[in-house]
Structures are given as C-alpha cells and as structure tokens.
Design a protein around this ligand. Structure first.
Ligand code: HEC
Length: 465
C-alpha cells in the first residue's frame, strides 16, 4: 500500500517479469549445465588426445561466455527491476528473509563470471591441467548459484509450516533454513538440474551444427552425437521428478491443476493443464527431432535444426515457468501474501479500516468515485488483469451489468471456502464503499450488458470458459 502501482498496458506487469524470466531461465540454466559440459568435454578430449575437439570447445566457450556473461547477467538484473516494480511488497519480504542467501549467491556469481572469462582467455596459455581446473571451479560455482536461488524460488510456492508459523512476527529470519529447504526444495533442484543438463546439450548442438561436415565429418558426427546424449537423462528422469514435485505441492495449490485434469473430458482446460500438455508435447517433439536429425544424421545436422530444437526448448521452458506461476496463484508467497501484495493476515484489518485509507495513489482529477474504483482495481486486480487486453476485464465482464458485477465482487469479498474463485483469485478486501467504487469503475469497462440481471453462480461462470 505504500508503493505506487506499476501499470503496463496490454500485457500487464506479470508478463514483463515472465518474458524476462523465460529468457533468463534459458540462459542461466545453460550457464549451469554448460559449466559441466565444458570441463567434461575437455577432459575427454585431453585423455583421447583430440586437438580438433579442443578447437571446437574453445569456440563454444566464447559463445558460452558472451551468452551467459552478457545476456544472462543483464536479464538477471532485469528480473530484479521487474519484480521490484510489479511486486514491491513481495520483493521487500523476500529481501528481508533472504538477504544473507542472496549475499552468498552474489559471491558465487562473481566467481562464476570471472572464471568463465579466465577459462576462455587462457586456452593454450596455461598448462592444460590448470585450464581444466578453472573449468571445474566454474562448474562448482555455477551449480551453487542454482542451489541457492532454488531455495528462494521454491520458498515462494511452499514457504513451509515452520516459517509460516512465525510469518509477520518479525522472527522470520530465525526460520531461514526451514524456509530455504522448504517442501519443494529437493524435487525442484533435481528438476532444474535436469533442465540445465539438457540445455547444455541443446546449446552445444547449436555450436556443433556449424562444424563443416565436408571438412571434418568425423568430428561433427562425434560431437553432435555426444552433445545429443546430454538430453537423455532429463527425458528419462523428468516425468518422475515432475510427479515428485507436484506431490510436494500442497493440495490447495494443486487444486487448479486437478480441476483442469478432471475436466479434460468435458472440454474445460485450465491454463495450468494446457501448459502442462504443452510441456509434454514439446518435450516429446524435442526427443524426436534430436533422434532423427542429430543422432541418425549428424553430418547433415544444420543450424536450422539446432534453432528449431532451441525454439522448442524455449516453448517448454516458458510453459514450465508459466505453470509454476499459475500453481502459486493466488499467492505470490504461498499462504502468506497474495499476488496483489495483500498479506493474508491483513485481510480483517483492511476490511475494517479500508484498503485505500492509507493509499497516496488515487488520481485526484475526474470523478472521485471512479478514481477510487480505479485505484482499487490497480491495487487489487492488476497483478493479474488488465482493463482491456491480457485477461482483460472488458472480455471477462462482458454480458454482466452493474448488478451482476456487484454480485461477483460480493463473492470475491466473501471468499467462501467453496468458492471456485479461491483456487486462483485472492479475496477482495476493503470496505463496502470501496467495493462499490470498484464496481462502478468496472461497470465503465464492461461492454453494455443485456438488461436481464444474470443470477451469478461461480460454477457456471467458471465453466463458461
Ligand atoms: C492472482 C491473480 C488474480 C487476481 C489478483 C485477480 N484475479 Fe480475477 N482472475 C484470475 C484468473 C487466473 C482468472 C481466470 C481467467 C480466465 O479464465 O481466463 C480470473 C477471472 C476473473 C473474472 C472472470 C470470472 C468469471 O467467472 O467469469 C473476473 C470478473 C475477475 N477475475 C475479476 C477480478 C477482480 C475484480 C479482481 C480484483 C479485485 C481480480 N479478478 C483479481 C486471477 C486473478
């Protein structure tokens, strides 16, 4: 409430974070997996005395350095800017809990970025064994960045009972470790490690595809095949890890997923189910493309093939992150803070004293009632909705008149245990006057409704989609 609202036209602020994050995940997971790929490949080349492998690896390490050191680092900082603007309250809560974790992570980042540069610039300049050691230092440092950030990311989905017991009392930092090693920590770590390993293979295929098969047919065959193998472990382990992960997510959070699954027959897919299906389909396609175009015909493996695999990987990663995001709804920090920054424990006080009472962010000009309604909408709804584009009110409210809108808001406010909206929307907080103002504002967004007032029931409303 003490922060201004960040409005992003059309896509909403969530997608700004999402787009940067998807790009960042592709690169940062490659930074970890590639960190393992380089020294392992170098070790193999040194043992077998393959100079031609070393030449290719050198080229790959340059690509690796530029991609991770420039694009990975910049997009990582981009996430900080985006979350700070879109979720100031949650970002602040995370920093208060994990400032020490982040400090440790940044030490590893420093080691990671500097060893990546040293590794690239010292090919043929220092003894081979020492060069390989630099590669291993990089591998360990980058693995630790994942080990740490994974604790914070999983905390947001499942903070765990121990931390939740003291949340809001000022004693949160005393539960650092249980919060860090929270219920989804381990399955998520192994899942992400698998993603890292397969992305190492995928990006290596990009470099390998550019080897001239007419000049070095043997080299290309070997390297393409060796890199393709990097995709195997994850495709074997991923289904099991995904099941383990979902099993650790509390039932209440899984509601959205199982709701979607159980209604696949009648044709109502929730977004989570749709994205899970996309992950499965893209992953299966990747396996097929890699098998037929890389494994079976390595010499003809072209940059176009590699790019196609990369694009499919991007789609799978994007869906994975999106599903994780949806799973967490309506919370930004599980069972503690809703996506709109409202703390669960603050609900009663906000209903009594008013949501806008302490807000400086209402617009003074125009109709005061609509201005208050708009401020309510910005504060409580725009973390997930926009007025007329992504998850737009104009579409979602179409056909509802002022009375129907009022009924819907009443349901959101009452937040009954059996409300279908609970799975993905936070309770609407505020006084009756504020909710009225929100209703008046929303009515200006909805296209003129038919005069018959619809009897609003959540179930039919959800099932309509
Ligand atoms: C945590 C994210 C989130 C927040 C915050 C949120 N919503 Fe939603 N809302 C959703 C999702 C997800 C859907 C489902 C959208 C879909 O099916 O396309 C939805 C659906 C809706 C619908 C359509 C429901 C139906 O039955 O037709 C309305 C209306 C709506 N939201 C209004 C609001 C209002 C008003 C607020 C603010 C008080 C709000 N939402 C806050 C996530 C959110």
């Amino acid at each position: 409430m003490n922060y201004p609202f960040w409005t992003v036209p059309h896509i909403g602020s969530g997608w700004v974070i999402g787009l940067i994050a998807i790009f960042h995940v592709m690169i940062s997971h490659f930074a970890v997996g590639g960190g393992l790929y380089l020294p392992l490949a170098e070790r193999k080349a040194l043992r077998e005395g393959r100079r031609d492998w070393l030449e290719t690896l050198r080229g790959h390490s340059k690509f690796f350095l530029v991609l991770t050191g420039v694009f990975g680092a910049v997009s990582g900082v981009g996430i900080w800017f985006a979350i700070g603007l879109a979720h100031p309250e949650a970002t602040s809560a995370l920093i208060h809990n994990f400032v020490f974790g982040w400090a440790v992570e940044w030490v590893f980042f420093m080691v990671e970025l500097s060893t990546a540069a040293v590794y690239y610039y010292t090919w043929d300049r220092i003894p081979e064994r020492l060069h390989l050691t630099v590669g291993w230092v990089y591998a360990v440092a980058s693995l630790f960045t994942l080990v740490i950030i994974n604790g914070i990311l999983t905390f947001m989905l499942t903070p765990g009972a121990s931390w939740l017991a003291v949340a809001g009392t000022g004693q949160e930092a005393s539960r650092f470790w249980p919060a860090f090693f929270n219920p989804t920590y381990w399955p998520s770590l192994f899942l992400r490690a698998c993603v890292c390993i397969s992305l190492a293979g995928i990006w290596a295929l990009v470099t390998c595809s550019r080897i001239d098969a007419d000049r070095q047919p043997e080299l290309k065959t070997e390297l393409v095949r060796w890199s393709a193998q990097w995709l195997v472990p994850s495709f074997v382990a991923m289904p099991f890890l995904l099941t383990w992960y979902l099993w650790c997510v509390p039932e209440s959070q899984r509601a959205l997923l199982s709701f979607g699954m159980s209604t696949i027959g009648p044709g109502v897919f929730t977004q989570v189910t749709r994205t899970v299906l996309i992950i499965i389909m893209t992953s299966a396609t990747i396996v097929g493309v890699v098998y037929f175009f890389a494994w079976r015909a390595p010499r003809d493996f072209s940059l176009a093939h590699a790019t196609a695999i990369l694009a499919l990987g991007l789609a799978a990663t994007a869906s994975g992150e999106y599903a994780r995001e949806m799973l967490r709804k309506p919370y930004v920090i599980g069972h503690y803070m809703f996506s709109n920054g409202v703390r669960r424990s603050a609900r009663d006080a906000l209903n009594r004293d008013g949501y806008l009472t302490h807000s400086l962010w209402t617009r003074p000009n125009g109709d005061p009632q609509l201005a208050r309604g708009e401020a309510m909408f910005r504060g409580e709804c725009m973390a997930c909705h926009t007025p007329d584009a992504y998850r737009g009110m104009k579409t979602l409210l179409a056909g509802r008149n002022r009375e129907a809108i009022g009924n819907l808001l009443g349901m959101l406010h009452a937040y009954k245990p059996d409300s279908p909206y609970r799975a993905f929307m936070p309770p609407l907080v505020g006084t009756a006057n504020e909710i009225d103002a929100l209703g008046d504002y929303l009515a200006t967004l909805a296209p003129a409704a038919k005069p018959v007032a619809t009897q609003e029931t959540g179930k039919t409303a959800v099932a309509r989609r």
